[in-house]
Design a protein around this ligand. Structure first.
Ligand SMILES: C[S@@+](CC[C@H](N)C(=O)[O-])C[C@H]1O[C@@H](n2cnc3c(N)ncnc32)[C@H](O)[C@@H]1O
Length: 188
């Protein structure tokens, strides 16, 4: 029993140290959050976003275009694309690792397009629904882009990060580890 407890504690300690190193490395690479690092949506927040996005897609009578700008490995985009085969999904990511992951994982999905690119070079004009997960430092730049570029009625579902100057229509609380946070829903 004691050996089990020791091994368990060592594994937990290794995981905590690895996670801390990963977060700090991400923060350094991300220039203080100005370039959101590759941290996939997981847990309750992922479930809430997928459920909320599914509500909008299910209600829509027309074929929708759903985008995850900064899609990472497709944690949000791919479950939705698998569930809604008749709608179009677009993922864009600047990082070569997340891009290659989503590219490989989406090979079998005909309704998914992915780009290894800067989201600011892409038009959001025909996008109906956006799912995203950014840092608070990046949020003002993204809001500006969306206000300039996205069409009226476009819905944006943001994991944990408030997007300034956008019209908030819903704020869904969740608890992640010890922190209380929100999924934010906006409409242009
Ligand atoms: C926090 S992760 C979110 C991943 C995914 N949306 C999810 O929720 O699982 C943010 C991602 O945005 C990407 N990213 C950061 N700045 C970007 C930019 N200007 N254009 C495209 N992707 C960007 C990063 O490479 C990273 O994979």
């Amino acid at each position: 029993m004691e050996t089990f407890a020791l091994v368990f504690n060592i594994i937990v300690a290794i995981l905590v140290v690895a996670f801390t190193i990963y977060i700090w490395t991400c923060l350094l690479i991300s220039k203080g959050g100005k370039r959101p690092p590759f941290i996939p949506s997981i847990g309750k927040e992922k479930k809430i976003i997928i459920e909320k996005a599914s509500e909008y897609i299910t209600k829509s009578k027309k074929k929708m275009k759903i985008m995850d700008p900064g899609c990472g490995s497709g944690s949000l985009l791919l479950p939705l694309a698998e569930k809604f085969g008749k709608h179009n999904f677009v993922g864009i990511d600047l990082g070569i690792i997340p891009y290659n992951l989503i590219k490989k994982k989406s090979e079998h999905l005909k309704n998914v397009e992915v780009y290894n690119d800067d989201m600011f070079k892409h038009s959001f004009k025909d996008v109906d629904l956006i799912v995203c997960f950014f840092t608070s430092q990046f949020a003002p730049m993204f809001s500006e882009k969306v206000l300039k570029d996205a069409k009226k009625g476009c819905v944006i579902i943001s994991n944990s990060t408030e997007l300034p100057n956008l019209k908030l229509i819903e704020k869904i609380p969740f608890r992640s580890w010890f922190f209380k946070s929100y999924v934010y829903v906006y409409r242009i």
